[in-house]
Design a binder for this molecule. Structure first.
Ligand code: ADP
Ligand code: MG
Length: 364
């Protein structure tokens, strides 16, 4: 990751180094507002301001894991203390693009945008992840030349834990499934809007969506794909990679990250047992995966016994951000670690800054 700045001091060889943090210039132009925060422009970047540390952890982890994926918005910096995530800036979202001079928008451009969305989806689904909020407002666009990326990674996680319950209603399959087929239904609704020159305003049944597609989509191949995507039977829905092949005769390789080898270690075993205890107490998910990631961090760094416990608690906060939502939030983490916020965030940032730790946490 480029320009890594956690907005915090980092630990090196067990010693805390202080890096002075300049106060950032104010955020200027307003870009948008959604579930977790607001997005503004600062110095040619889009900066998303969060209200809760768990939300920024989740979105930052998803973006970091996908930093080698095509057509996914790139993260530049994260400031955990100020809850700012800065990303590559786009000119607009797909909703704006569609509403701006719609009749003058060429079919070829819409066809290209679909291609780029499919590539992004292949990258996400090919890694065993779900986007969870596919809709025009979350597709980022630059014009002249056209450039497209999937934005808003706020619900992205492993299939089982993606926040699919919170997908915008119109794009949400009425049967919630922790599967990539959830995104495919959303894609079907998005395609109706993109090619049918309409905005789907209300939640529609499967058959209502098919009726709209029948009336509005003149291209036969696209219409048939939309029919399958919005089908009640999720097995009918073609995968993003099949659509890419069918419409564009393309297959794309997915370059998953190499999974680091984790050794079993004796050192810090009481930190692991306390992670299991607190994990059970709060109903946290994927604790063994979190322990595996922490073992990797410990085996590649010199960590004092006392620090292991604090890293363990930081890892539990990561679990509560990325996997099952639980009552284990920042204040609970501070109580359990007996640290003040700024000290606790140092431990958290050490873990978040480690790409291999992230790969272990999100490997699908
Ligand atoms: N990188 C970006 N470049 C330009 N605009 C963006 C960018 N990220 C988000 N936006 C704008 O801000 C809006 C809200 O951002 P989003 O990430 O979707 O947040 P939320 O989780 O609050 O929905 C988007 O619909 C889009 O218009
Ligand atoms: Mg959004």
């Amino acid at each position: 990751m480029k320009n890594f700045n956690l907005g915090m001091t980092r630990k090196f060889g067990g010693k805390k180094l202080c890096i002075p943090i300049n106060d950032n210039p104010p955020l200027k132009m307003f870009l948008g507002k959604g579930t977790y925060g607001s997005v503004r422009v600062r110095e040619n970047l889009a900066v998303k301001k969060f209200h809760e540390v768990r939300h920024i952890i989740q979105e930052y982890l998803a973006g970091s894991y996908l930093d080698n994926a095509r057509n996914i918005v790139r993260i530049h910096e994260v400031d955990i203390r100020k809850l700012n995530l800065s990303m590559e800036l786009y000119q607009m979202n797909l909703r704006h693009w569609m509403e701006d001079n719609y009749d003058r928008k060429k079919f070829n451009d819409r066809y290209f945008i679909l291609h780029e969305i499919l590539v992004g989806l292949c990258e996400i689904h090919g890694r065993g992840l779900i986007h969870g909020d596919i809709k025009p407002g979350n597709i980022l666009i630059n014009e002249k030349p056209l450039k497209v990326a999937l934005g808003d990674l706020g619900f992205v996680s492993l299939n089982r834990y993606a926040k699919v319950k919170y997908t915008a209603k119109v794009y949400r399959d009425s049967v919630i499934r922790q599967s990539f087929v959830h995104d495919l239904f959303s894609l079907g609704v998005l395609m109706i809007e993109l090619f049918g020159r309409i905005k789907v305003r209300a939640v529609c049944t499967y058959s209502e969506l098919k009726t709209i597609a029948r009336d509005k989509i003149s291209d036969r191949k696209l219409r048939e794909i939309i029919f399958d995507l919005v089908d009640e039977d999720p097995h009918q829905r073609p995968k993003a990679k099949s659509i890419l092949y069918h419409l564009y005769s393309e297959t794309i390789p997915i370059h998953r990250k190499e999974i680091p080898a984790v050794r079993d270690i004796v050192h810090c075993s009481n930190a692991f047992s306390s992670m299991r205890d607190v994990g059970t107490q709060f109903g946290l998910a994927m604790i063994e995966r979190c322990i595996e990631a922490l073992k990797y961090y410990i085996q590649t760094h010199e960590i004092d016994h006392e620090d292991c416990i604090s890293y363990g608690i930081a890892m539990l906060l990561i679990s509560s951000s990325l996997y099952r939502i639980s009552k284990f939030n920042l204040s609970k983490a501070l109580i359990h670690s007996e640290l003040v916020k700024d000290d606790f965030l140092l431990y958290l940032c050490d873990l978040l800054a480690n790409n291999d730790v992230i790969t272990i946490l999100l490997k699908g």
